[in-house]
Ligand binder design. Structure first.
Ligand code: NAD
Ligand code: 6OD
Length: 504
């Protein structure tokens, strides 16, 4: 059994510079387990190797699924709702206590500014567990009295049971936030999980295993297997018949592959997929607030947020002025090392992803775009020039027929497009195969409600963006997903109700 991290006893990723190379094993049944092969994890900051990761082959995946199934029948089954509430709250406490270890883990894998991880991701990870603790603590299922013939009645009530062994497959863009957003409800409803983090970002999921041990989660309830997708760990997991359901966040095309994998045995899925999100800026908006909000929604996390705005529809009367000021805001962004306090913007996740984003930068120009900001690779000097850096970019001159305006780029770039009247803005915003999120900026609240309700998306914001109440339903329409998670909505996937009908 190898240690979780290179040259140290099991369970310590703490107090290390994020540039120091570590070794990450799989975590199964409470123990760190080697895989057959290893792969290297590369820092997008400078291209250095930051981790050697054990890949889980088919046998290791099978061991993890068996461990999870065994855990469902072990001491975990005897945990009452009150026990689970206490446990989830303990997990949140330990995450907060080890906040700096998570900052190190996230920055090692993603190169994101430390401040963003410290202020956004770690508190949100703890909050994910607290919200689902509160949710199950207060949940109750309705009972129904059914009137039968001759004055007789029947009593119907439902009991929630766990779905079972849940495969949790997550992407690289917000590794800790998105992982805990799935693991918290899974454990709240009594499931056992087999987690497959992205091959680009294995650190936080492995570190979370240490937190689970410290918080007293029984062995086998939380398992981590590392590796790739197609033909590797991800596919071995989704095709494993011991998995009762798959909750997945990632690309729409991957969601489609996972649907095919689970189809033969008809298992449920919950999918949070890609987006091509629109913002609509009306000429009556508070323009300073809209500029600040839009700068955040286009460039936060280097545009690698599923909710990021990639299409901006601006009312014609303010188009030139608004566009010029947005460019100024884009120029003020500071690309730089994660530990530099003035850094606002990190690199993309990898050189491979940068190639994809740059191909859209080229395509936009071929499609007739005028580049108002960026459009290429910055010159940051050594050692950062070994990383996956890219310039924040804004275009005008494109319309909804351009591929640049129709396909998800997942980088720090947006097309700015004028419109004249409200109905036109709604039609343009809804003209997409995706349907994740939209933001409407206006001082006319009546219009704000009206337009937001007509957006064909899972989440519509008015005069804000990515403001979350974790009890509200989160998910997408069309290519953007299947199902909703959040608060009690999560029970639709993570719990299986059994209805009991008693004739009285
Ligand atoms: P991805 O789909 O390439 O990978 C996501 C995960 O799936 C990874 O762990 C990967 O190894 C695994 N995977 C890949 N192929 C698989 C297969 N055939 N079987 C099983 N597992 C497989 O996505 P990504 O590039 O890591 O993340 C970026 C994408 O995620 C973007 O499209 C983004 O919009 C989307 N995303 C959506 C949301 C949301 O809430 N809707 C949130 C974050 C990211
Ligand atoms: O806030 C959330 O719960 C959530 N799932 C955010 C997704 C962000 C996508 O990158």
């Amino acid at each position: 059994m190898p240690p979780s991290t290179h040259r140290e006893p099991t369970g310590t990723q703490s107090a290390r510079p994020h540039s120091e190379r570590i070794t990450l094993a799989n975590f199964i049944d409470g123990k760190h387990v080697a895989g057959g092969r290893t792969f290297e994890n590369i820092s997008p900051v400078d291209g250095s190797v930051v981790a050697t990761v054990h890949e889980a082959g088919a046998d290791t995946v099978d061991t993890a699924v068996q461990a999870a199934r065994k855990a469902l029948e072990g001491p975990w089954a005897a945990f009452s709702v009150t026990d689970r509430v206490r446990m989830l709250r303990r997990i949140a406490d330990v995450i907060e206590a080890r906040s700096e270890d998570f900052v190190t883990a996230e920055v090692r894998d993603t190169g994101r500014p430390e401040k963003v991880v410290r202020d956004l991701d770690v508190p949100r990870a703890a909050m994910n567990f607290r919200v689902f603790a509160d949710c199950i603590a207060s949940a109750s299922l309705p009972a129904y009295l059914t009137d039968l013939a001759h004055g007789r009645q029947a009593l119907n009530y439902a009991v929630n049971k766990p779905l079972g062994v849940v495969a949790v497959i997550v992407p690289w863009n917000l590794p800790l936030l998105l992982l805990t957003w799935k693991v918290a409800p899974a454990l709240a409803y009594g499931n056992a999980v087999v987690v497959k983090p992205s091959e680009e970002t294995p650190s936080s999921a492995t570190l979370l295993a240490e937190i689970m041990v410290e918080a007293g989660v029984p062995a086998g309830v939380y398992n981590v297997i590392n590796g790739f997708g197609t033909g590797s760990t991800g596919e071995f997991l989704t095709t494993h018949r011991g998995v009762d359901g798959v909750t997945f966040t990632g690309e729409s095309a991957t969601g489609s592959a996972i649907m095919r994998a689970v189809a033969p045995s008809v298992r449920p899925v919950s999918f949070e997929l890609g987006g091509k999100n629109a913002a609509i800026i009306f000429d009556d908006a508070n323009l300073e607030a809209a500029l600040d909000g839009l700068t955040r929604s286009i460039f936060l996390n280097t545009g690698q947020v599923c909710l990021s705005t990639e299409r901006v529809y601006i009312q014609r009367g303010i188009f030139d002025q608004f566009t010029a000021e947005l460019v100024q805001r884009g120029r003020a962004l500071r690309l730089g090392a994660p530990d530099e306090p003035s850094t606002t913007t990190g690199p993309l996740i990898s050189r491979q992803h940068r190639d994809k984003v740059l191909s859209y930068y080229d395509l936009a120009v071929q499609e007739g775009a005028e580049v108002l900001l960026g459009g290429g690779v910055p010159d940051l000097g050594a050692p950062l020039d070994g990383g996956a850096w890219i310039q924040p970019t804004l275009w005008v001159g494109l319309d909804n027929t351009a591929r640049t305006v129709r396909e998800e780029i997942f980088g720090p770039a947006a097309a700015l497009i004028p419109f004249d009247i409200e109905d036109e803005a709604i039609r343009l915003a809804n003209d997409t195969d995706y349907g994740l999120a939209a933001a409407v900026w206006t001082s006319n609240l009546e219009r704000g409600h009206r337009v937001a309700q007509r957006m064909r998306v899972g989440m519509a914001w008015v005069n804000t963006w990515f403001l979350r109440d974790l009890r509200s339903p989160f998910g997408g329409i069309g290519l953007s997903g299947i199902g909703r998670e959040g608060g009690e909505h999560s029970a639709h996937f993570y719990a299986e109700p059994t209805n009991v009908c008693v004739q009285l």
